[in-house]
Design a protein. Structure first.
Ligand SMILES: O=P(O)(O)OC[C@H]1O[C@H](OP(=O)(O)OP(=O)(O)O)[C@H](O)[C@@H]1O
Ligand code: HPA
Length: 192
């Protein structure tokens, strides 16, 4: 079996250490309860509207998967790939990697993402949906970070699982420098 080079070994060890020392802010059980509630609200509002759900890759992947399996009505799924952080801890300009394929015109659209932080990502995607003439646009995020730096004052998602402290968080889709999207809960590195 090929050996890992020194740089890879150092990354692996530092990422293991990061997880060992991390603070768990939200447990998996709390995430599951929040997803149950979001699914009930979405089903109540959109269950008879044949909606299209757009996952915002990459972070929205895990929330989308967990949420959609809780929805017992016909729906379509597509994705948008837009990134603003690109493995960094601060956001920059939004870079659209992939635009959606399923047309939004006349459809009830739901955008699913992992986190509403400053909100620039969601605001840009909302503009795109409006221009694409969606019949209605709803947004669903697993967590809303609590601070006063939102791109527009009072910016909120229509469906929000949990509020999270103003720290750099990872897990359940959210990455720390590209890693630990797979962590089964929501964590923050010690001291960050
Ligand atoms: O509210 P904002 O400050 O705009 O930040 C939220 C966005 O940032 C993250 O994506 P990121 O750009 O890190 O790409 P990723 O999904 O590939 O991690 C996250 O998944 C949201 O899409
Ligand atoms: O706190 C965060 N963690 C991971 N990805 C993010 N994208 C925006 N904010 C965050």
């Amino acid at each position: 079996m090929a050996k890992l080079d020194n740089e890879t070994l150092a990354s692996r060890d530092s990422m293991r250490e990061l997880m060992d020392d991390a603070d768990c802010l939200i447990t998996q059980q709390q995430v599951e309860h929040a997803l149950d509630r979001m699914a009930e609200e979405i089903s109540r509002d959109l269950g008879d509207k044949l909606p299209v759900f757009y996952c915002v890759m990459n972070g929205g992947l895990i929330t989308t998967g967990h949420l959609l399996t809780r929805l017992g009505f016909p729906l379509e799924v597509d994705y948008i790939h837009a990134t603003r952080y690109r493995s960094e801890l601060r956001g920059g300009d939004l870079f659209w990697r992939v635009s959606p394929e399923v047309p939004m015109a006349g459809r009830h659209v739901v955008i699913i993402d992992d986190i509403l932080d400053e909100g620039s990502t969601l605001a840009a995607i909302l503009e795109y949906c409006k221009e694409a003439q969606a019949a209605s646009i709803s947004t669903a995020v697993l967590v809303d970070k609590q601070h006063d730096r939102k791109a527009a004052p009072g910016l909120k998602a229509d469906y929000c699982g949990l509020e999270v402290a103003d720290r750099f968080v990872f897990g359940f889709g959210m990455d720390y420098k590209g890693y630990w999207r797979n962590a089964p809960g929501i964590f923050a590195p010690k001291g960050l």
